[in-house]
Design a protein around this ligand. Structure first.
Ligand SMILES: [Zn+2]
Length: 299
């Protein structure tokens, strides 16, 4: 699919000469699904205006891979962590490696971590212990944390309240799929809310999610694809793999639901991502073509 042909919101001002640019705050570009054509995938993203991508690790090996990606590809940044579904097989050495990688250039967050009752590969106590470890590391390094949550909203919020007793909890609830009340409590804790392809789904069970899309404050809103997962409508069911260029389909639906222009949505989500992840200021104002190469050790 040619990303240039993606529909636009139709509400955009025709006076705008620079097309909106976007940050995909969660895509797994180290996934096997991209092994054969990653260069083309990144190129398609840039052509679609998605100039910056944050790639979270899911294991020690995956975290190492995303750090290498971030250090070799302009516009790519890494988060390091062990996914709750992978925590059951993580060794103490794996955790040591995460702590080392967390200090590498190009790393802008800790994660992804979280709680998952839907796929409970990892015993609950181990999931909780890993969640607290990640949040503590993030607090120690003053980095944001990237949170995954499936069917464990109350438990996640309880754990985060405990963490907040130790110090500020900065981070994002990624691929948010809970209800407005959970979104409200999360933003009160200081979290950002990131919406993915699920915000484009029309099933009844996503009605509560749409309420959260509408009501999340401008200054807490982020967008993501969660590639290669969560293919947005209207591609859902038609293709297996999601990719960062499809962020525009998520953005368009979110813009419609919030009754905002694509320019406004692009502006607020870019500056939110820049603020949360400490991206260089040019990541929120200029295209990558006008931007000098990122100096080594800038983070
Ligand atoms: Zn993820």
């Amino acid at each position: 699919m040619a990303p240039k042909k993606l529909p636009t919101a139709g509400q955009e001002s025709s006076a705008t000469t620079v097309p909106p640019s976007w940050i995909d705050t969660h895509c797994h570009l180290d996934d096997q699904a991209f092994a054969a054509d990653l260069v083309e995938v990144i190129q398609r993203a840039r052509s679609a205006g998605v100039h910056w991508m944050i790639c979270p690790g899911t294991s020690a090996a995956s975290s190492q891979a995303v750090v290498q990606l971030a250090q070799s590809q302009p516009g790519l940044y890494a988060a390091v962590g062990i996914h709750p579904n992978a925590a059951f097989e993580a060794s103490p050495l794996d955790w040591e490696q995460i702590c080392r990688l967390a200090r590498q250039p190009g790393v802008v967050a800790i994660g992804e971590t979280g709680l998952d009752r839907y796929r409970d590969f990892t015993p609950w106590e181990v999931q909780l212990e890993f969640l607290h470890r990640h949040v503590r590391l993030a607090q120690d390094l003053e980095l944001p944390v990237i949170l995954h949550c499936r069917e464990a909203e109350e438990e996640l919020l309880t754990a985060l309240h405990q963490a907040a007793d130790r110090g500020p909890v900065r981070g994002v609830w990624h691929a948010f799929s809970a209800d407005l009340e959970a979104a409200y409590e999360a933003t009160e804790l200081g979290l950002y809310i990131s919406f993915a392809g699920s915000a484009t789904y029309t099933n009844k069970k996503f009605e509560l999610l749409r309420e959260a899309v509408v009501c999340t404050p401008d200054d807490r809103l982020l967008l993501e694809t969660d590639s290669p997962y969560l293919v947005p409508e209207p591609l859902r069911g038609k293709q297996q793999r999601n990719e960062p260029a499809h962020l525009l389909l998520v953005a368009q639906r979110v813009a419609e639901l919030r009754e905002q222009t694509m320019e406004h949505l692009s502006d607020i989500t870019r500056s939110n991502a820049q603020r949360l992840f400490g991206l260089p200021p040019d990541a929120a104002s200029e295209g990558p073509s006008s931007r000098p190469p990122r100096p080594e050790g800038a983070f």
